[in-house]
Each structure stands twice: as structure tokens, then as C-alpha cells.
Design a protein around this ligand. Structure first.
Ligand code: NAI
Ligand code: MG
Length: 499
């Protein structure tokens, strides 16, 4: 993975503890969104590579060192990996910035924080306890064990490659599974670099594998593979639906995190300066390319004009440019299809009669160079029935929708197919509690936005997903329960009836 000046970095897949090319020998370029130019070559995996990786993971699951390790030792490996992440946080962050366009200001914190998922699930590994059940049957001991599932396929998107990998990999390994990772074709480099740390931590070969390439070519063969027991997916609801359908044929477990159209709801009794910052953070951080983007601002009629004015004033100050600079606040869009998609939605919104009060097109500021930059954009006059209010844009585009009272805020807030997150800005305790209960979303933030932690369950209502990630309970998503009955009777009773 050396990068002599002027040439492209050349990556390999990681299968069965070996660095390998794809069986086809083909590669494809990965771009730097700030320069708009390729910087690395990634192996173009296919069904044969998926087969190799699943076989390696299955071999590691059924034999060799991994199944013999006790849970305490598995936990120790995860914590070792976490230590190594801490040491390499800066260089991992730089790869994410180069490949994805994320801000170094955010990534230098995020890659270090990511280690917490490995510490946390490393700690949890040997605390997965079964129960002894006080059975109603005489002379019988009944107890439960929570056992791993087998091979887990984890398919991840481009918006937070390493963090979203951690959310799946850490609990899957803590539970004793083995894993095949398939990162997004737009951002495969950081996960491949990360495998060097998995190697150095001392995980046995085949416990963690990475195949790279395009979804239909190498992702779907993983989903369809009979030896894959579970698919953990984050991405679009369109692809999630395809994967769910295919996984159903093999009765595989799935967890899915599928994006949203989250309302950020500002009441007239809110702390206005904080609410303005919270709304900006919800939509312009990470260039709006987050599943939790607060892409609909619901603002109470009585403060609408004043609030929009403050929002535009702060939005105007956003510094765009090189994501590698600590000063930059809004970076480029990660890939050309996404760039076009965002610009198309801006046109759709204008066509629907929404009014751009900030931005409203591509950014051609000199500091944006040849990168794929879109101006932070705010539309007023949006009705919740418009496409711009219903469909996930995944970019720095905010729709402002006025409301009268709590009931109307709830009705509009919930009137989308998604339910990933919601924000509520109010100083009333009663209102905060009432709104948190009435909003159909897996996460509700009150007087804050974009807070996530390894300690707290994250996931979606409605079309935003299935299952949860993070927190103690979610380890269950990677386990299955066995009930064991042991008879202490000296004699077997009537064999013709249920015991
Ligand atoms: P996608 O959902 O198609 O891709 C996510 C992952 O699934 C990638 O690794 C991709 O290679 C894989 N994949 C694609 N098709 C597959 C298939 N048939 N079988 C197996 N795996 C497959 O998302 P994409 O195309 O990168 O972005 C499209 C839109 O999805 C974005 O504009 C955004 O609206 C949404 N999105 C949502 C994310 C979230 O965090 N919920 C993350 C990324 C995108
Ligand atoms: Mg890239």
C-alpha cells in the first residue's frame, strides 16, 4: 500500500489472514472528493471472492484457535485492537478525509472515539450470561446459553466507513462470530488499512475478512451465501429492501439501518441561539451526508421569520474548502452520483415551489477547487407533502416547514416513511417529555442533536430499519439462545406423553 509520488495507492483484499488481489485481477479507482481525482486502486471483487472469504470465515468459526478462545480472551483481543486504534487514530482519520471528504476536524475525534466500541464490547464479551430457569418439571435442570450465530456479513456505506464498521464488528466478534466485511465501493481504503490493526492485535486468520467491490457483484453473493448466518447492513432503504428479501430466502438474521428524513422541531419557547446551532449541526455537519441529518426543520409559526433569519445568518458563515484543514466546516460531497443527486433534489425543490433563502446550487468558491461541493442550502415555503420533504437527499439541504402547535408538529414530524431520529427544542419539561413520547423515531434528542454513544441503542422505526446497534442489549442481535434440559430422574416416565 505504498504510494510513490504520482502513482495510485494499490490496495488488496484481506481474506483468511492474507492480503490478496481479486480473482479477476481487476481494480477500480477510488476518488478524493476534494480534488475530484482518483488516488487509490481497489480490487474489484466478485462472487468467487465472496466465496473465498465466507469459506475462510467459516473455517475460522468451526476450527482452529477462535472457537477455543474463552470469552475473556476474545474480549482481550478486542481491547488490544482498541488500543491500536488509539495509536493510529490520526492516520486512519487522514485516510477517511482523503477518500470520503469528511472533515479532519470531525474525523480526528471520531476515529479515536471509535475505539470505545471495541473497549465496550470487549468488556461485554465475558458477561454474556445464561439463566438457570426454575423449571416446573420435577427432577429437571433447565438453563440457557447464548451462542454465536456463525459467519456474519457486514455491508457498510460510504458516509462513515470505520465507525459503522465498528458498530457491527465489535459486537459480532465479542459474541464469538466471524465476519466478512464489504465496505462501500466509494470508500474501501480505510477499512483495508484498519485490517493491519486487526492483524497486529492477533486475531486468528479468517476471523475478520474484507472483500471489496460493487454491491451486486460481491455484496449480494455474500448475502446469498448459505454459510452466512446474518447480514448487518447500513445504507439506503432501496438496497436494504433487496438484501432483506434475499436474506429471507435463507432465513438469515438481519439488522438494518436505512436512513431517514428526521424532523428537527423548534418551539417558540426554545433557547433560540442554541436551537439555531443545533439545526445547523443537524443538516450541514458532514455535508448533510448522514442518516441522522435533521433535514426537515419544523418551526413554530410565531418565531418562523426570526428563526430563519438567524439560521441564514449563521449558515452564511460556514467555511467551505479543504477538508484536511482544521478550519473547514463544510467539505465536499463524497461521490459524483451523490453530488448529482443533491443538485437534482435542489432543482426538484425549486420546481415544487420551495424558495431557496440560502445557497441553492453547486459551490464555485475558489477554496472549493475542483471538488464536488454543494452550497449549504435552506428552502422555505416547503410543504410536508413535497418530495423535498419526503425523500432522503443525503446532502446539505434543509427544508423549513412551519407549524401551529404541538399536535401539528407531531403530525408533520411523523408523516414520512422514515423514523430514525428527531430533535426537539423547548425549555418546557412537559413539552420535552410529551414530544419524546409522541415522535415515531428510534432516537429523540431534546435541546441537542447528533449525539451517539457506544452505550446507547441506535436504530430506526418504520422504514429506517430493523434491530438496534450499540448498547448492551444489541449483543443479542449476534447471539442465539439454546435451552438445555438435564434430567436428574432415576427413571424415565411414560415415553408416550410430552414431558
Ligand atoms: P447503497 O445502500 O446502495 O450502498 C450501501 C452498501 O450496500 C455499499 O457497500 C454497496 O456496495 C452495497 N450494495 C449496493 N447494492 C447492493 C446489492 N444489490 N447487494 C448487496 N450489497 C449492495 O447506497 P449508495 O448507493 O452508496 O447511496 C445511495 C443513497 O443511499 C444515498 O444517496 C443516501 O440517500 C442513502 N444512504 C444512506 C446511508 C445511511 O447511513 N443510512 C448511507 C449511505 C447512503
Ligand atoms: Mg473515495
Amino acid at each position: 500500500m505504498d504510494t510513490p509520488a504520482g502513482t495510485l495507492a494499490r490496495y488488496k483484499m484481506f481474506i483468511g489472514g492474507e492480503w490478496v488481489d481479486g480473482t479477476s485481477g481487476e481494480t477500480f479507482p477510488s476518488d478524493n472528493p476534494y480534488t475530484g481525482k482518483p488516488w487509490a486502486l481497489i480490487p474489484r471483487g466478485n462472487a468467487q471472492d465472496a466465496e473465498r472469504a465466507v469459506r475462510a470465515a467459516h473455517k475460522a468459526y468451526t476450527g482452529g484457535e477462535w472457537p477455543k478462545l474463552n470469552a475473556t480472551k476474545r474480549g482481550a483481543l478486542l481491547r488490544k485492537l482498541a488500543d491500536l486504534i488509539g495509536d493510529q487514530a490520526r492516520s486512519l482519520a487522514e485516510i477517511e478525509v482523503r477518500d470520503n471528504g469528511k472533515l479532519i476536524a470531525e474525523m480526528s475525534v471520531q476515529t479515536a472515539y471509535m475505539a470505545q466500541w471495541y473497549y465496550y464490547y470487549g468488556g461485554l464479551a465475558d458477561k454474556i450470561e445464561g439463566a438457570v430457569i426454575p423449571t416446573d418439571k420435577p427432577d429437571m435442570l433447565n438453563y440457557t446459553r447464548h451462542e454465536p450465530l456463525g459467519v456474519v456479513a457486514a455491508i457498510t456505506p460510504w458516509n462513515s466507513p470505520l465507525l459503522l464498521t465498528a458498530w457491527k464488528l465489535a459486537p459480532a466478534l465479542a459474541a464469538g462470530n466471524t465476519v466478512v466485511l464489504k465496505p462501500s465501493e466509494y470508500t474501501s481504503a480505510s477499512v483495508l488499512e484498519f485490517m493491519k490493526l486487526v492483524e497486529a492485535a492477533g486475531f486468528p486468520p479468517g476471523v475478520v475478512n474484507v472483500v471489496t467491490g460493487f454491491g451486486p457483484e460481491v455484496g449480494m453473493p455474500l448475502v446469498e451465501h448459505p454459510l452466512v448466518a446474518k447480514v448487518a447492513f447500513t445504507g439506503s432503504d432501496r438496497t436494504g429492501t433487496l438484501i432483506y428479501q434475499s436474506a429471507a430466502k435463507g432465513l438469515k438474521r438481519v439488522t438494518m439501518e436505512l436512513g431517514g428524513k428526521s424532523p428537527n422541531i423548534v418551539f417558540d419557547d426554545a433557547h433560540m441561539e442554541n436551537a439555531v446551532k443545533g439545526v445547523i449541526s443537524g443538516i450541514f455537519a458532514a455535508t448533510g451526508q448522514t442518516c441522522i441529518a435533521g433535514s426537515r426543520l419544523l418551526v413554530q409559526e410565531s418565531v418562523h421569520d426570526e428563526f430563519v433569519e438567524k439560521l441564514v445568518a449563521l449558515g452564511k458563515t460556514a467555511r467551505m474548502g479543504n477538508p484536511m484543514s482544521m478550519e473547514t466546516q463544510v467539505g465536499p460531497v463524497t461521490n459524483p452520483p451523490q453530488y448529482r443527486k443533491i443538485l437534482d433534489y435542489i432543482d426538484i425543490a425549486k420546481g415544487e415551489g420551495a424558495k431557496p433563502v440560502l445557497g441553492g446550487g453547486k459551490a464555485s468558491r475558489p477554496e472549493c477547487g475542483d471538488g464536488w461541493f454543494v452550497e449549504p442550502t435552506i428552502f422555505t415555503g416547503v410543504k410536508n407533502s413535497m418530495r423535498i420533504a419526503q425523500e432522503e437527499v443525503f446532502g446539505p439541504v434543509l427544508s423549513v416547514i412551519p407549524f401551529r402547535d404541538e399536535d401539528e408538529a407531531v403530525a408533520i414530524g411523523n408523516d414520512v416513511v422514515y423514523g430514525l431520529a428527531a430533535g426537539v427544542w423547548t425549555q418546557s419539561m412537559r413539552r420535552a417529555l410529551a414530544m419524546s413520547e409522541r415522535l415515531q423515531a428510534g432516537t429523540v434528542w431534546v435541546n441537542t442533536y447528533r449525539a451517539v454513544s457506544y452505550l446507547s441503542p441506535f436504530g430506526g422505526y418504520k422504514r429506517s430499519g430493523l434491530g438496534r446497534e450499540s448498547g448492551q442489549d444489541m449483543i443479542r442481535e449476534y447471539l442465539q439462545t439454546k435451552s438445555i434440559w438435564i434430567s436428574t430422574a432415576t427413571e424415565i416416565p411414560n415415553p408416550f406423553i410430552l414431558r
